[in-house]
Write a protein that binds this ligand. Structure first.
Ligand SMILES: [Zn+2]
Length: 165
């Protein structure tokens, strides 16, 4: 797959990759555009996908390192669900998508990029977005810089939390 516009990728390639599991490492830092961690909860956090299918491709990740969904506890699931709904509302507010794909890829055979640490994908969809990709012959356009997406999501989540008190 080729990207037409992905300036952040050049930054990433030039840097040393973090050692170990990125989902274990990234939430240890303060939330920032560098780590793409948008929000940190008690048991789980929200992070932007560094290689998004579309703008606003977000993941909900439990802090605990496990590949096995049967090891996720009830409080962890509760917060994963809560953050999933918060993410959907924030994306609706900022991006006005027509629909969502929400789900987990369990195991490398299912397409999981980081198979050792379970995570839930939330992907906003627009009518015709798949058609566009077909027309573009396998080339996907990322219309927005990740730093911009990051700022918009942090702002949207912040405003939703104020509304909910
Ligand atoms: Zn991990």
């Amino acid at each position: 797959m080729k990207y037409l516009f992905a300036p952040w990728r050049m930054d990433y390639i030039g840097k040393e990759k973090p050692k170990g599991c990125v989902f274990c490492q990234l939430p240890k830092f303060d939330c920032c555009a560098e780590t793409l961690v948008v929000y940190k909860g008690t048991y789980a956090f929200i992070i932007l996908n560094r290689y998004p299918y579309v703008s606003g491709h977000v993941m909900i990740v439990p802090y605990r390192h496990t590949a096995d969904i049967s090891e996720i506890t009830a409080p962890e699931w509760a917060e994963i669900n809560q953050l999933m709904v918060l993410t959907v509302k924030a994306l609706e507010q900022e991006y006005k998508p027509h629909g969502f794909n929400i789900g987990m890829n369990i195991g490398q055979a299912a397409g999981a990029g980081i198979a050792d640490h379970v995570h839930l994908h939330v992907i906003p969809r627009w009518s015709g977005d798949a058609n566009f990709m077909t027309v573009a012959c396998g080339t996907r356009v990322i219309p927005e810089d990740l730093v911009v997406t990051y700022d918009r999501m942090v702002k949207a989540i912040g405003s939703l939390q104020i509304q909910e008190g």
